[in-house]
Each structure stands twice: as C-alpha cells, then as structure tokens.
Design a protein around this ligand. Structure first.
Ligand code: NAD
Ligand code: DAU
Length: 361
C-alpha cells in the first residue's frame, strides 16, 4: 500500500478530471488542508490538463479508474481511509444521452450503485466516531425536476422528480439510489441539485464554451429551436463553494438545491457572449459575432425552463453566489481567450466526430 498523504485527512472525489470536479479540486486545495484522491475514468470529458497547475501539489493524487470498479474503489477506501466521498463522476451531456443513452445508464445508475455499495462496505466497518463523521455527497442536477412553464415557481427540494431526457432520468435514478442507501442502510448521504454551471475548463460541447470556440473559429453558433429556452446559470466556483458548505454543515439525508438566480434565455446568453467577444477580441472584418448565430433543429424533448429556489442552502448553510452572471461570464470568456492551448487540446479528433454527428458537416 502506498501512503499518499502523510499528516493530512483525505477525501475521495470522483470525476474530478472533468469540468466541475477539476474546479472543485482547485477550490478545495486553496482553502482546505485535507488531501484529495481523484478517481476518474478519463472518458472524453476527463482531462488531466485541467489539473496541470497542481501537478506538484502533494495533496492531490490522481487515480485512473471507474466508479463501478468495486475492487479498486474498495481498495482505495481501505488503504486511504477518507472521511468523505464526493461523487461528481457521470456522463453529463444531454445531447450525447439522446444519441447513446447506454453509457448514461451504465455510469450514472449502475456506477452509482457500485460506488454506494463499496462505500457502504467501508463505512459499516469504521469505528463509531468515524462512522458518524463520514459523508457521501452526491452531486446532481436540477434537470431531475423536469421542466417549468413561464409562470411556475422555481424548483424547490420538495418538487416531485419528472426527468425528461435519458441524462436526467439516469441522474434521477442515481439520486433515488443515494436516498435509499440512507433510508435503508443508514449511510450518511447528502445530495446537491444544481443548475447550469459555466466557467474555466468546460468542455466545448456545452453551450457557452461551444459558442466561444465557434465564434473565434468563424463557425456558425447553433441555437436549438427559437433559443427562448431558459436556464439558470451559476459560475462554477460558486457551485464548488456550495458543495464545500454542504459537506461541512449539510444535514445528513437532506438535499440542497443550488442556483445562481440568473434565469436567461439561451439566445440572450449567446448574444452576451458575442458582445464580450466583440469587445475583447473583435472580428477582423469589424462585424459582430452575433451575425454567426444560426437557428438549428431543436433538441428532442427540450426542457423549456429551469429555475432554482436556493433559499434552503442560503438559510441553513449561509451560502450565496459571489459572482453575478455579468462578472462570471466576463471571467469565463477571458479564460478561454487566455487558454487557446487548452481549447486546442480538447477540440481535435473525437471532438470533430461529435460536431459532425450533432451538427452535421
Ligand atoms: P463532465 O462531463 O465535465 O465530467 C465528468 C467526469 O466524470 C469526467 O472527468 C469523466 O472522465 C468522469 N467519469 C465519467 N464516467 C466515469 C466513471 N464511470 N468512473 C469515473 N469517472 C468517470 O461533467 P461536469 O459538467 O463536470 O459534471 C460533474 C457532475 O455535476 C455530474 O454528476 C453532473 O451530472 C453534475 N452537474 C453538472 C452541471 C453542469 O452544468 N455541468 C450542473 C449540475 C450538476
Ligand atoms: O441544468 C443543469 C445541467 O446543465 C447539467 O445537469 C448538465 O450536465 C449540463 O450539461 C447542463 O445541461 P443543459 O442541457 O442545460 O446544457 P447545454 O450547455 O448542453 O445546453 C444549454 C442550453 O443551450 C439548452 O437549452 C440547449 C441549448 N443549446 C445547447 C447547445 C450545445 C443550444 O441551443 N445549442 C447548442 O449547440
């Protein structure tokens, strides 16, 4: 057995080579002295370049592997005795779930089942004080609640689940498993359901980084349907801070909705990004990036509106976002402009195949 961290407590974080997970690692290492074991399968969405700046940090260790690999997870738990597991690992892209739902069932449902069982085996043998202090935090999405019409109140934790895509159905199933492992076996779980994140290291298959990438490449900016679908946007670091608060002070067995109170129509998000690019990196022909907007076929089963009622986490845990959409989106665009090598690294080969499958040509 290799001792990863001498003199530090440890948490196991899954999927932390992806967008939110890697941001979480950076946020955690900047504000907490515990070490992190990062277990990630490195699917197309996992990228060690997201972690290159902490390569030399002795409090972060990367292990390539699957949350569904019970032998590996059991060994990591036994050898390193983490006091918490945070489960970010998932297939996360709605459009990919429409083209190929199987991986979503495999990782998000079966994988979550396996890691819950591995964690339960480990947790049940801990001494009483460590057992009481242990937490399994499952990172989930607002999409489990389905879709809202214009005058519905935002999603509260008490809303019934009504997922509409293979992605959200698989996340809803995973949330139910987590809940059941608490009610049946007493596993000390926490679940967070967050709205749309944006920020550094987001793979350019998702709306905001896709638009930045395509705009700079002189390509069309594809808007599904009429672009009037509404999402609530949260800067990723605010989400990471919320997860840290839930881990620290969340009530066992509870779920916490996390959101930015930034409801925006997709077309307005895209126009905002274009406006910032016009200012920071004007087109060489002097025209506006918004001229590249192209309306394309709608996403099947496209949810019309998401909105989050985040009053529970604000009231109970004192969390509030630090960024507004205006400040967060400007930072984000600037980050993509400052990191062309990162973008280059993730938009070759397999990415082009995805572009052609989803957008044609
Ligand atoms: P992402 O796709 O960028 O990253 C997912 C990571 O999980 C990747 O590094 C991938 O390699 C890894 N992974 C996938 N399958 C795995 C497996 N079987 N075993 C181990 N690792 C595996 O996703 P993200 O946007 O960072 O989302 C992280 C989590 O947050 C997901 O659970 C997602 O459902 C949830 N979430 C995302 C958002 C958002 O806006 N992106 C909002 C709310 C909740
Ligand atoms: O709400 C939280 C969810 O947000 C997370 O659980 C998911 O993991 C995350 O991917 C995100 O899901 P969305 O489907 O909302 O994100 P996406 O960036 O794919 O799309 C945002 C909106 O923009 C959505 O209404 C679809 C639209 N869209 C997206 C793409 C990629 C377009 O109009 N054109 C596009 O090319």
């Amino acid at each position: 057995m290799v001792i990863f961290f001498k003199g530090h407590d440890v948490i196991l974080v899954t999927g932390a080579a992806g967008f939110i997970g890697s941001n979480f690692v950076h946020t955690w290492l900047g504000s907490n002295s515990d070490g992190i074991i990062n277990l990630d399968k490195l699917t197309y969405a996992g990228n060690l370049a997201n972690l290159s700046s902490i390569k030399e940090n002795g409090r972060h260790v990367f292990v390539r592997g699957d949350i569904g690999d019970a032998d590996l997870v059991t060994r990591l738990l036994k050898d390193h005795q983490p006091h918490a597991v945070i489960n970010f690992a998932a297939e996360s892209h709605v459009d990919r779930s429409i083209h190929g739902p199987e991986e979503f069932v495999q990782t998000n449902i079966v994988g979550t089942y396996h890691i819950l069982e591995s964690v339960r085996g480990y947790w049940s043998k801990l001494p009483e004080d460590k057992k009481a202090a242990f937490r399994f935090l499952h990172v989930s999405t607002d999409e489990v609640y389905g879709t809202l019409s214009a005058d519905d109140p935002p999603f509260a934790e008490t809303n019934p689940y009504a997922p509409n895509s293979p992605y959200s159905a698989s996340k809803a199933a995973s949330d139910h498993l987590v809940r059941a492992w608490h009610h049946t076996y007493g596993l000390p779980v926490l679940t967070s359901n967050c709205s749309n994140n944006y920020g550094p290291y987001q793979f350019p298959e998702k709306l905001i980084p896709l638009v930045i990438h395509n705009a700079l490449a002189g390509k069309p900016l594809p808007i599904y349907g009429d672009g009037q679908q509404i999402r609530d946007w949260l800067y990723v670091e605010d989400h990471c801070r919320a997860i840290m608060r839930v881990l620290e002070a969340g009530r066992v067995g509870e779920t916490y909705n996390i959101g930015g109170s930034n409801e925006l129509a997709n077309l307005d998000v895209v126009k905002t990004v274009c406006g910032i690019l016009d200012e920071l990196r004007p087109r060489s022909d002097g025209r506006c990036y918004a001229e590249q907007v192209t309306f394309v076929k709608d996403r099947p089963g496209h949810d019309v509106r998401y909105a989050i009622d985040a009053r529970k986490i604000e009231r109970e845990l004192g969390w509030k976002p630090l960024e507004t959409f205006e400040t967060g989106i400007r930072k984000t665009v600037q980050w993509y402009l400052d990191n062309p090598a990162w973008v280059e690294g993730v938009t070759s080969g397999a990415y082009r195949q995805w572009e052609s499958l989803q957008y044609g040509g």
